[in-house]
Design a protein around this ligand. Structure first.
Ligand code: ASP
Length: 364
């Protein structure tokens, strides 16, 4: 029996067309149109299409993603073996990471999109959709969290970066490389993260606003001072290199870090925040001592999402710091939020033995 896949479509370039090049492309294609454009998809799986949103990805909001994560969990529990999501790439780093954090079911969740819209020669959407369905149907990413399939590569949502604004090879994982590839009609998984962090939200999570300030050369701290009075619930700092700012900013940062969680991450494309290398005013040792929370090796965009989701879950400061510490390096399943006030390691056996939807439906 072919696997059952639910395809959630959210709009974006993969679903955008231009009737006249001069008018520009707009979101216009339905999920059924997308599937029709790649007939092979129906040979790999039984596909149910769910039109979730028809928007450019910059218009998606956190509450949309919470709703999507719940719809995915509901599908995986009742009717689907795996899920594919199509959306725009502009916010793909963030939205796929939200799903990674919120969908605790171990069944494959694959997100994809396109860099060239279907009106252009060499549009990449159909190839990305087919590759994503192959990955989802293979079941090989089970237990790995949300992955993004793009340009015949499989990336962990928590590691990926959009590295280029137009290239069809825009999606990459500069810190660790892809987890696998799609070669001809075969899915090859090369690496498997040993664990993952998920967060349980309350039934009605509070609205949480997390700001992000990137520090620039010769920055006089004006924007940081504005952010401090803007009413954010948390702030992410995209600092220089291993986590550094000009000395003139440390006093403002220290008082802000006493008021709200301030996460110290880097504006560099990839790499960790240091812990004990630079002790000068504005060095990472100084900032951590003043109460900033290091993001580990999580980049600023991802750090902003993790902080927002943790605050929505009511997770408190010590666990927030622990979550940043473990989100990329967890060796087991960790759960935060909900009734769990502390990280709850689940044995990898428990994770492995979660039934697929096939088994849940008694049709394996
Ligand atoms: N503006 C588009 C969006 O994010 C770009 C894309 O789809 O890649 O929806």
């Amino acid at each position: 029996m072919p696997p059952k896949i639910t395809l959630f479509t959210l709009g974006g370039t993969i679903a955008s067309t231009a009737t006249d090049r001069a008018d520009g492309a707009r979101v216009s294609l339905t999920g059924d149109d997308l599937v029709r454009s790649v007939p092979e998809v129906r040979e790999l799986a039984e596909i149910e299409v769910r039109a979730f949103r028809q928007v450019p990805s910059g218009d998606l909001r956190m509450d949309n993603l919470v709703e999507l994560a719940r719809a995915i969990e509901e599908c995986l529990a009742n009717s689907a073996d795996s899920v594919v999501v199509t959306q725009g790439t502009d916010t793909l780093e963030e939205t796929s990471f939200v799903l990674d954090l919120l969908v605790s079911d171990e069944s494959p969740v694959v997100v994809t999109g396109a860099m060239r819209n279907p009106s252009l020669p060499g549009a990449d959407g159909p190839a990305n959709l087919l590759a994503s369905v192959r990955v989802a149907a293979s079941g090989l990413t089970r237990g790995m969290g949300t992955v993004v399939v793009f340009n015949d590569e499989i990336h962990a949502a928590r590691l990926l970066r959009k590295r280029h604004s137009t290239s069809t090879a825009a999606i990459g994982s500069p810190l660790a490389g892809p987890l696998g590839h799609i070669v001809e009609d075969t899915v090859r998984v090369l690496l498997k993260p040993p664990g993952r962090l998920t967060v349980r939200l309350p039934a009605t999570p509070p609205d949480i606003a997390v700001g992000m300030v990137s520090i620039g050369f010769d920055d006089d701290g004006r924007l940081l001072r504005q952010a401090a009075v803007a009413g954010y619930d948390g702030l992410v700092l995209a600092a220089f290199g291993g986590g550094h700012v000009p000395a003139s900013m440390v006093a403002a940062l220290e008082s802000l870090a006493h008021a709200i969680p301030v996460v110290l991450s880097s504006r560099a494309l990839a790499g960790p925040i240091l812990r004990h290398t630079y002790s000068y005013a504005g060095g990472e040792m100084d900032l951590i001592r003043r109460g900033l929370i290091p993001s580990g090796a999580l980049g600023a965009l991802h750090a902003r999402i993790l902080l927002q989701v943790l605050l929505m879950a009511g997770v408190e400061r010590p666990e927030i710091a622990a979550a940043f510490e473990s989100v990329l390096t967890a060796q087991a399943r960790l759960v935060l939020g909900g009734r769990a006030r502390r990280p709850q390691p689940l044995s990898s056996t428990a994770v492995q033995s979660q039934p697929s939807a096939h088994e849940k439906r008694g049709s394996a």
